[in-house]
Design a protein around this ligand. Structure first.
Ligand code: NAP
Length: 294
């Protein structure tokens, strides 16, 4: 049933290109738009309709998926000149899978509701690997009935799809996720620096800790980067700093002190200034290593 949905996909970057390709391969009627047109060529050769503008891509579509960088970019693609909102009709659903501001999200949802369209905020975690393999974790905010209508489509992209509440709740959940991982990266970097400076066998130390209370995805998957002082992607540090910016703005509005997240955001700003923004976010260990004289 859901395969009959006509889908538009806007934003064919690291994540979006892989996700759109999965939707095409699952047999959906797909139109695509990317600001840099060349990135859409391969999908066009494989049968997707390549639109010249977001509004051309969204016209007559049941579902419009957006996967661009930041809040202003979602605003541009949706509501800028030739924006996708111009092609929306009553009953169509926008699924914004970018990581953006929860507050702006509620405003965007209100704007599309004026033409009878619905908005789901459905940011993801799982990285480019998850995008390619369809194993993303999807944190969805919006109306439960609207989510039910597009769930089969989202199952092409993610292995976990959790309805976390009304519009905006998905973006809040993603912000919480990014705050938690900020603290974890910092704590793992500090712990490892202590071990390295002491001169113990760090591989043995990491495997001794793995199953215990200090165990985490970051200890398992990223401690080798921190020990070797090399930070291949991964998740780009600059994108994590963007996400912490969203979380810190939300926290400021709500009167929530996020001391750890603010510290890590400052470390990341310094690293970006020194040219490390394209490294994996585990590069926060550079700061700790330097302070420890490693
Ligand atoms: P990316 O590789 O930098 O791609 C960004 C995409 O957005 C490109 O298609 C870009 O078009 C488009 N775009 C940006 N600004 C635009 C604008 N003003 N108008 C039109 N198009 C615009 O980013 P990504 O890694 O795919 O990430 C996309 C979103 O997913 C972000 O919100 C990110 O935080 C989130 N996310 C990423 C990961 C990850 O591991 N990468 C994981 C989870 C969530 P051009 O090609 O023309 O530049």
């Amino acid at each position: 049933m859901s395969e009959h949905l006509r889908v538009a996909f806007l934003g064919l970057g690291t994540m979006g290109l892989r996700m759109a390709e999965r939707i095409r391969a699952a047999g959906y009627d797909l139109s695509v738009y990317n600001r840099t047109a060349s990135k859409a060529e391969a999908l066009g050769r494989h049968g997707a309709f390549v639109a010249a503008t977001p509004s051309e891509a969204s016209r007559g579509r049941d579902v419009v998926i957006v996967m661009v960088s930041d809040t202003a970019d979602v605003g541009q693609v949706m509501f800028g000149p030739d924006g996708a909102a111009e092609g929306l009709g009553a009953g169509s659903v926008v699924i914004d899978m970018s990581t953006i501001s929860p507050t702006a999200t509620r405003g965007f949802a209100a704007r599309v509701s004026e033409v009878g369209a619905d908005w789901l905020d459905a940011p993801v975690s799982g990285g480019s690997e998850g995008a390619e393999q369809g194993t993303l974790s999807i944190m969805a905010g919006g109306d439960a009935e609207v989510l039910a209508r597009v769930r089969l489509l989202l199952e092409v992209l993610g292995s976990t799809i959790t309805h976390v509440g009304p519009v905006g709740a998905g973006q809040v959940t993603k912000a919480v996720n990014q705050v938690i991982i900020a603290g974890t990266y910092a704590a793992v970097a500090e712990g490892l620096a202590l071990g390295m400076k002491s001169g113990i066998d760090m591989e043995a130390a990491v495997s001794a800790m793995a199953g215990g209370a200090a165990g985490s995805w970051i200890l398992d998957r990223r401690s080798a980067n921190m020990i070797g002082n090399e930070y291949p992607l991964g998740f780009r540090l600059e994108l994590h700093r963007k996400d912490l910016g969203i979380a810190l703005a939300e926290a400021r509005d709500l009167g929530v002190p996020l001391a750890l997240a603010a510290l890590v955001e400052q470390w990341e700003s310094g690293l970006i200034g020194r040219g490390y923004g394209d490294e994996d976010v585990s590069a926060v260990a550079r700061v700790v290593r330097e302070q420890a004289g490693l």
